[in-house]
Design a binder for this molecule. Sequence first.
Ligand code: AMP
Ligand code: ZN
Ligand code: ZN
Length: 307
Amino acid sequence: MYQMKCTKCGGVAVVNMPQHRLKLCNEHFVEWFPDHVARTIHRHDMFQEGDRILVAVSGGKDSLALWAVLQQLGHITEGVHIHLGIDHESYSDRSQEHVEAFAEKHGLSFQVVNVAETYGHGVPALAKTTRGHRMCSACGLVKRHIMNRIAYEGEYAAIATGHNCDDEAAILMQNTLHWQADYLRRQAPVLPQVHPRLARKVKPLCRTYERDVAAYALVCGIDYIQQECPFSAKAQTLFYKEILNKLERHSPATKQRFYVTYLKAKEEGLFAEVTKEDRVYNTCSRCGQPTLAGDLCSFCRLWEAMP
Ligand code: AMP
Ligand code: ZN
Ligand code: ZN
């Protein structure tokens, strides 16, 4: 039987990463992975040694692997998990349990924000009041608001999320097909802090394939939640991920090239013309967060409609 050989030691390779021209054995993969993430952090100037990083942990493989790696690299991290109040198949309770078990095992500290306990209603009840019951957009809005609040109150240097290269490439493909210029302009490994209450956001796994993150989670024995959110409208994103993986099988490294050349083109000035943003933020009269809407921010308006 044909066996792949580790590029570094000639031993039996367990992962094949043509996009990095590497096949690695277990030992060398575990060594390579944190280095690779460290290079991404450095390349995009995400944060410095000594910065306090708030890691947004969902309980899934990406954010838990990210947390593990940041810790190994010696960064100061604290986690935040948002309990969304999704009862279906105990999804939210189970997600939180995975975060708790992981944190305990690794001696990490984190906080949970339980949406229903803090604000009176969980995301499913909340989403019912929005037009067309758009659960995912309400959920995204709630998560962004809470992450910004926690980062501001705790004075963290940045929020790190587990978005991987497949996530970013799929979003990029979606935005490109629809020429969503505004989204294309803003999609980035680092979203700078544009307002004291809107935290800096970083994606240290944005150059790492989902498959490799999963492999890393596996070899590190990370116990993550495999169940997808029962309301997830990820079908759309999954569809684009499949197309990209099909392209990848036909011509390895395509997915990476698609994403990385986009980043490069942007650095070289593509979309530069429209980058001059003069956003004028109002301050929400209820929660104090900045908003482009009127008196109340979209988060606070969500709650207005609740009985
Ligand atoms: P998703 O939009 O579900 O693919 O999640 C993208 C990233 O957002 C994850 O990798 C996490 O870093 C973060 N995230 C998602 N859901 C939660 C949650 N319930 N609590 C904290 N962070 C989350
Ligand atoms: Zn090796
Ligand atoms: Zn508000």
